[in-house]
Design a protein around this ligand. Structure first.
Ligand code: NAD
Length: 478
């Protein structure tokens, strides 16, 4: 018997959780439920994180969390519980299988069988945002080597375990050479350790277009957090409905299982929601806790129900479906089919679907890190970069000189274009002359000079090289 933590969530959450648990128990899942409250009610009671401390204890004790979608209230101050759960518990891998059920569920893509492996802890979802000037806000995109290594290794190990043939990587490293560049670089490194699995890299925009158009060209696709969030909804939707896909969030110690969709508040309380997404999440959970036979039994009964044409409204199609049912009747139909396999759709065999033990991340020896310059970001409401350069040049001292000014990344000085639109947010790059070795003292002096010249510094960014390789972007047009 395995104790698991369960949260029924908001909107359609309670209905789809009741349906899922009814099926799990009817199938003989050896689980004991510890229920916690998360989401809207908790937020509105004044808890900005949407979860009480004792609920965290339950999840950390049981290490397995089955969660219905929740509603994050609109407006400032509320932190997404989904994002914090993934990060607090180190659930670095988000696995989202999206498979067509043709000809029983209407889809333009009859032979689609794609698994999205989404990095789950970093990228723009670090949630580090600041307003810096009247006109400009920023969001930090953080990509780490451990983050990349862990998710990419997970994707290859998953492909190996599931006997899949290819892992594709999606990034935008033609633009984000440092962040997405690192993800791509680590992908190439790790792919070499799995010569039996084909590997390829696509730029995300054309890759996403190809996936939406020809998903049969893909097998496992691994990508950073934001892209994975967007693409997994698309992938699920084009199999027939976003209500069909489940998601496993896997960490070294804990795991959380859910549907990929949200709480669909407009559909709540009407007995119409499709519980398949959460049911798929719970099937992944059963595999994770070693109850593969029960997982298999439920999945096959679900396939049989799909095949029987007993469909909820979101996948109901007149000439394909036989009966349009609500959540409860759909649940009963699955329970009735427990022990039966589909006849046309391929029955699943989960005997190999075990929780994976991946090697721990090994930190590499530190590289030789040299300070090569400084980017000083300033708030200046003027619009002529030459006028700004005159002002900033007054800060120069002891071989530290202004080498470039950019606005939203594009070089505007020296030799900028008068056509370039400028905001009030400027980056002034300082570099040392060849004979000068730059130190942190130079940075302090530059900041002091900025105060003396009445320049509104909003942030600095150190420019480094690692092992002799410059590790910062050039200005666009530089
Ligand atoms: P949503 O996924 O909740 O719903 C979008 C539409 O998809 C619905 O109107 C409905 O037509 C359909 N749909 C979704 N799930 C369905 C199901 N099981 N059966 C039938 N139809 C289904 O997306 P949204 O409307 O953008 O978000 C609603 C709320 O959910 C927001 O508060 C959002 O923050 C939250 N949300 C939560 C999670 C989560 O808890 N993991 C994820 C995404 C969104």
């Amino acid at each position: 018997m395995k104790k698991i933590t369960v949260a029924k969530g908001d909107g359609i959450g309670p209905e789809i959780m009741d349906a899922t648990l009814e099926i799990l128990f009817a199938a003989g899942a050896k689980i004991e439920i510890e229920e916690i409250e998360v989401g809207e009610k908790v937020y509105l009671s004044g808890n900005a994180s949407g979860i009480a401390p004792e609920s965290w204890e339950s999840i950390r004790r049981n290490k397995v969390f089955l969660k219905s979608p929740i509603t994050t209230p609109q407006g400032g101050g509320y932190k997404s519980l989904n994002v914090s759960t993934r990060k607090f518990l180190g659930l670095y891998a988000n696995i989202r299988p999206c498979k067509s059920l043709y000809p029983y569920v209407d889809t333009k893509h009859p032979i689609m069988d794609v698994v999205i492996v989404r990095e789950n802890e970093e990228d723009l979802y670090a949630g580090i945002e600041h307003q810096q000037t009247d006109e400009v806000v920023q969001c930090l995109k953080l990509i780490s080597r451990p983050g990349c290594e862990k998710i990419i290794r997970y994707a290859f190990e998953y492909a190996k375990q599931q006997n899949r043939k290819k892992v594709t990587c999606f990034t935008k490293d033609n633009i984000m050479k440092q962040t997405d560049g690192l993800f791509h670089e680590v992908f190439d490194e790790i792919a070499k350790e799995y010569p039996e699995i084909e590997n390829e890299h696509w730029i995300i925009d054309i890759g996403a277009a190809k996936m939406a158009d020809t998903p049969e060209a893909f097998d496992v696709i691994v990508m950073p957090n934001l892209y994975g969030d967007v693409l997994s909804d698309i992938a699920a939707q084009i199999t027939g409905s976003v209500g069909l896909a489940g998601s496993a969030n896997i960490g070294e110690e804990c795991a959380m299982f859910e549907a990929i969709h949200g709480s669909a508040p407009r559909r709540a309380g009407q007995d119409i929601a499709n519980p398949s997404g959460l049911l798929q999440g719970s099937i992944m959970m059963l595999n994770h806790i070693g109850q593969n036979d029960i997982a298999e039994k439920i999945h096959n009964a679900w396939l049989k129900t799909m095949e029987d044409g007993i469909h909820t409204y979101d996948i109901y199609k007149e000439n394909i479906s036989k009966e349009k049912v609500g959540t409860k009747a759909f649940t009963k139909a699955i329970i009735k089919n427990l022990g039966h396999n589909p006849t046309i759709l391929k029955a699943v065999n989960f005997s190999h679907s075990k929780a994976m033990q991946l090697p721990k991340y090994q930190r590499r020896p530190a590289a030789k890190k040299v300070l090569e310059g400084l980017d000083l970001f300033i708030h200046w409401p003027g619009c002529d970069p030459n006028e700004l350069a005159e002002k900033i040049k007054k800060m120069e001292f002891a071989g530290i000189h202004l080498s470039m000014i950019t606005n939203r990344g594009i070089k505007v000085w020296p030799n900028g274009f008068k056509e370039t639109f400028c905001t009030d947010h400027w980056r002034c790059r300082f570099k040392p002359d060849e004979r000068v070795i730059m130190t942190k003292e130079h940075i302090i002096q530059l900041l002091q000079n900025a105060i003396l010249e009445d320049i509104d510094t909003i942030k600095t960014e150190n420019l480094y090289s690692f092992d002799g390789k410059p590790a910062f972007s050039l200005g666009q047009g530089q």
